[in-house]
Design a protein around this ligand. Structure first.
Ligand code: SDX
Length: 403
């Protein structure tokens, strides 16, 4: 036994790795990607540039970014075989279940990327060859995330799959595949394209949240990155995590109108309901991303018109923020509280909202996976212990003697 073992349920205060990627100050409501404040990145950067920053540690030069973008967009094409897999899902399958399956299946196309087949230290050597193999998986997963999400959407709509276009931005290409109605020269609305890119950017990483921890826990066995990302996607699917943006809208619809907000909040205090989109394990004040998302919502509504649910959301926000039950528990809006209103205004189906969280989070998952593969001293498998409270040793009883 190695010294005293401390039980830390839910990892409230356990650090499992040293990281240089994302910094959060939960008391002050600070979020930085590689030292850059999220507020500055949201105004000046793009999702794909932040993906580069998170993964490689610095803002890219123009040449570096062009090369990176070309590689990622080149890999946005999916193999024709994958259409069979997608077509096997029922039209009403939840798109997160489809996406989780598709990430795992994607790995089956790349035996050369599988350490079980290509050698277990495939990614941990840090040599130029090893780094190049790692980069290729990163380009594939980033590039294909949007295409795989769009394919899940098309399954729902019963429409043919669309080959990613040439010449559009990362987010523009995604919108093209989502909206493509066949008219030539389709271009996404620039305001909506920028709004979705800002949403992707603020969702790109958030240090060791449940899904990122799942990616690292899974990746620590040196399995291929596709399987690790699939595991992270499954974790994000839950309503306590990435599924909250869908849960917020369902909550607002069930509340019905601003007048019903006080009654709903009483239900929450009786623990009969959860105030989705509020609360956070780390933030003890408003999530800094929620202000950026709220501002982006107004920019979208200027184009699409206000979502009728906005009034209810604003009343819910204002009432909860001055109610001692929530204030005393330091419950404030998180990134999910306003984002669903934007996705709804942009016409995405409700159960597709967690997919709009998963797609951009692939960059953060990959950044942490790469950091773990290259960490000093190599990768140690994550194998926590427990505090055993089961029965003492006892003798076996044959079934005829059992009562
Ligand atoms: C994300 O970790 C990350 O970084 C995640 C994320 C990311 O970018 O990866 O930021 C994305 O997942 C944001 C969170 C989205 N989830 C939701 O909005 C679901 C609603 N929120 C809660 O389920 C909750 O706040 C959690 C899960 C987010 C955090 O839960 P904790 O840290 O385990 O806190 P807790 O459940 O112990 O709550 C402490 C108290 C409890 O009350 P008491 O037992 O003291 O009476 O606060 C209450 C809870 O009941 N509480 C809530 C509440 N959240 C906590 N009460 C009502 N509504 C809520 N939303």
């Amino acid at each position: 036994e190695r010294g005293l073992r401390v039980l830390d349920k839910g990892f409230l205060n356990t650090a499992v790795i040293r990281s240089e990627i994302t910094y959060i100050d939960g008391e002050a409501g600070v979020l930085r990607y590689r030292g850059y404040p999220i507020e500055q990145l949201a105004v000046n950067s793009s999702y794909l540039e932040c993906a580069y920053l998170l993964i490689y540690g610095s803002l890219p030069t123009r040449t570096q970014f062009r090369t990176f973008e070309n590689e990622v967009m080149h890999h946005s094409i999916m193999h024709h075989d994958s259409e069979e897999l997608y077509s096997s899902f029922r039209y009403d399958s939840h798109p997160m279940a489809i996406l989780t399956s598709a990430f795992a299946a994607l790995g089956s196309n790349h035996a050369d990327a599988n350490p079980s087949l290509a050698g277990q230290n495939l990614y941990t050597r840090g040599t130029p060859e090893s780094l190049a193999v790692m980069d290729k998986q990163i380009f594939r997963l980033l590039g294909k995330a949007t295409t795989m999400a769009a394919m899940a959407y098309r399954v729902r709509q019963g429409r043919a799959f669309v080959t990613p276009p040439v010449g559009l931005s990362y987010t523009g290409s995604f919108l093209y595949q989502m909206d493509h109605l066949g008219e030539e020269g389709y271009k996404p609305n620039p305001v909506l394209e920028r709004a979705l890119d800002v949403l992707f950017l603020v969702h790109a990483d958030h240090e060791l949240n449940a899904s990122c921890t799942t990616v690292l826990q899974t990746g620590s066995s040196l399995v291929d990155p596709y399987s690790a990302i699939a595991a992270g996607c499954a974790s994000l699917y839950g309503p306590l995590h990435g599924g909250a943006n869908e849960a917020v809208i369902r909550m607002l619809i069930s509340i019905g109108s601003p007048d019903n907000v006080p009654q709903f909040l009483e239900q929450v205090k009786r623990k009969e309901s959860v105030l989705s989109g509020f609360g956070h394990r780390v933030y003890r004040t408003s999530d800094p991303r929620s202000f950026i998302v709220r501002k982006t919502a107004d920019e979208v509504f200027a184009i699409t018109g206000k979502d009728p649910l906005l009034e209810t959301a604003m009343r819910l926000h204002d009432e909860a923020m001055k109610d001692d039950y929530f204030v005393s528990r330091k419950l404030a809006p998180n990134v999910d509280f306003w984002s669903g209103l934007i996705y709804r205004a942009m016409g995405f189906p409700l159960d597709f909202f967690p997919v709009l969280f998963a797609v951009p989070r692939v960059a953060g998952w990959l950044a942490h996976w790469r950091q773990m593969m290259l960490q000093e001293g190599g990768v140690k498998i994550w194998r926590p212990r427990q505090i055993y409270v089961g029965p003492e040793v006892r003798e076996f009883v044959p079934i005829e003697q059992r009562k």
